[in-house]
Design a protein around this ligand. Structure first.
Ligand SMILES: Cc1ncc(COP(=O)(O)O)c(C=O)c1O
Length: 305
């Protein structure tokens, strides 16, 4: 149901379906594998990549209420939410992990959030960890001077049921276009929706950028909540997190720089670089037979500070 207060997302003119671009890369062609880039990074300059797909349904559901959400000091999700607030005239509040940051100058990512009108609220790490518990959330909202009637809460990373359903369209856009669709995963919400939108014979591959091996259960849980059960043929390869979230060792940076030079596509380091690196290893291992088409989803673009 659309509310009379629902923001006009179409006015932001997202580029949908996002472009699908073939790149010729000898590491793939020598194995007879075609590589396509699904350019979700071109959907919108401010709500880049999976942020559009995850946030758009939430912004519609917020229907003019204050959007309250969560993130770390360099969160892409916080920046995208703040930008959406500016573009659509919605009030936004970002709950930021790390009370100690409150007394320091804002880093470029948080400064951008603030410039876009987001109110920043810093909390200690233990409160942040417990933010999904009913009592902690209620206390937080009270401290912020809002309640469930005036605020719409979006979880960290934006991965809730509307977001997962929104990402189904990504899979639908790729029907009949690739045998394998590969994507970097944080919370797994994008993969959960993507896999549900593909055709039964297509396969989704997720490359987690966080360490821990917990993601398969999370994705299954998200699919159960969004669709009533596991959907699509998907698997994860846990070997390409490079030590964990935010870790970009020199080898990965050099790989990304080389990819940028070869194909003229800016490579976001925290997610997209790990995905592309993983694909180069997987194709070299002979995972896919000759004749396979692999589409890699470019879920973001580098933050220029
Ligand atoms: C650029 C980029 N790619 C991929 C992801 C992973 O998305 P998800 O958390 O839905 O797995 C994120 C985080 O939202 C991201 O910022």
């Amino acid at each position: 149901m659309t509310s009379p207060d629902a923001p006009d997302l179409a006015a932001l003119r997202p580029r949908l379906p996002s472009p699908l671009q073939e790149v010729v890369d000898d590491r793939f062609t020598r194995r007879g594998v075609r590589l396509l880039l699904k350019r979700d990074d071109l959907i919108h300059p401010d709500l880049v990549g999976n942020k559009w797909r995850k946030l758009a349904p939430n912004l519609a559901a917020a229907a003019g209420r204050t959007v309250v959400t969560f993130g770390g000091a360099y969160s892409n999700h916080l920046r995208a939410t703040a930008a959406a607030g500016r573009l659509l005239g919605l009030p936004t509040i970002g709950v930021v992990r790390g009370q100690e940051l409150a007394d320091r100058p804002l880093n470029p990512s948080l400064a951008r959030c603030a410039a876009d009108g987001m109110r920043l609220h810093f909390v200690d790490r233990s409160t942040y960890r417990r933010k999904t518990e009913t009592e902690t959330l209620a206390r937080l909202l009270r401290d912020l001077g809002v309640d469930t009637g005036t605020a719409y809460v979006v979880p960290e990373g934006g991965s809730n049921v509307p977001a997962v359903r929104g990402c189904q369209a990504l899979g639908e856009e790729l029907r009949g276009r690739a045998d394998v669709v590969a994507i970097a995963c944080g919370t797994g919400g994008t993969l959960a929706g993507l896999a549900a939108g593909l055709e039964p014979e297509q396969r989704a591959w997720g490359i987690p950028v966080l360490k821990g091996g917990f993601l398969a259960a999370e994705i299954t849980g998200l699919q159960e909540r969004a669709f009533g059960g596991r959907r699509g043929d998907w698997s994860l390869d846990d070997r390409f997190h490079f030590g964990g979230y935010g870790r970009v060792p020199r080898e990965l940076d050099a790989f990304a720089e080389d990819f940028e030079g070869r194909h003229g596509v800016a490579v976001e380091r925290l997610y997209v670089a790990k995905l592309l690196y993983g694909l180069v290893v997987l194709v070299d291992e002979g995972l896919w037979e000759a004749g396979t088409t692999v589409a890699a989803v470019v879920t973001g673009s580098p933050f220029d500070g």
